[in-house]
Design a protein around this ligand. Structure first.
Ligand SMILES: [Zn+2]
Length: 170
């Protein structure tokens, strides 16, 4: 794609707009090129109505474009969708700025807080102040809370932030 937007970024945007289903649809659009709603439904297993809604969202953000032509055999009109090669870069830049800001706030939060966790993957991590209030017991499962090392999260956030900052420079 010549728009200066990487496939990964597009995928991320599709996910922001349409969740996992949005990402799935974008993947297929990227692979196939021109495709109808029905073909998308067949390939993804997502319901036609959901696909239509997501396609209109993508369309409104200038991520995809459509074309209509008459089927030579049946005489019926066929609508096909495809990725838009010249994406609105202002939209992309704006979205990146938003993601960047969110990541920076998150990083700030991670850096300034000490976290506690019960070890149960489905339970949330608890900031120190809250952990004190619940006397270091998980508010969800009541197991004792242990200090949580958030270095990995911090590293991940820092990496993501510098990636996006780098992309925004270009
Ligand atoms: Zn718990």
């Amino acid at each position: 794609m010549d728009s200066g937007v990487s496939y990964d970024t597009l995928l991320e945007i599709a996910r922001v707009i349409g969740g996992e289903e949005g990402a799935k649809i974008l993947e297929i659009l990227h692979e196939v090129g021109d495709i109808t709603v029905e073909e998308l439904a067949e390939k993804t297993g997502i319901e036609v109505n959901t696909i239509r809604k997501l396609l209109y969202k993508f369309y409104n953000h200038s991520i995809i474009t459509s074309r209509r032509f008459r089927d030579k055999e049946t005489g019926w009109f066929i609508f096909q969708w495809r990725l838009q090669p010249e994406l609105l870069s202002a939209f992309i830049q704006g979205l990146k700025q938003k993601i960047l800001k969110k990541l920076q706030v998150k990083l700030e939060y991670e850096l300034n807080h000490e976290f506690y966790h019960c070890g149960n993957p489905s339970c949330p991590k608890i900031p120190f102040e809250e952990a004190m209030e619940v006397v270091f017991h998980c508010p969800v499962c009541n197991s004792p809370l242990k200090p949580l090392n958030n270095t990995k999260t911090i590293d991940f956030l820092k990496r993501k932030i510098s990636e996006i900052e780098e992309e925004l420079k270009n």
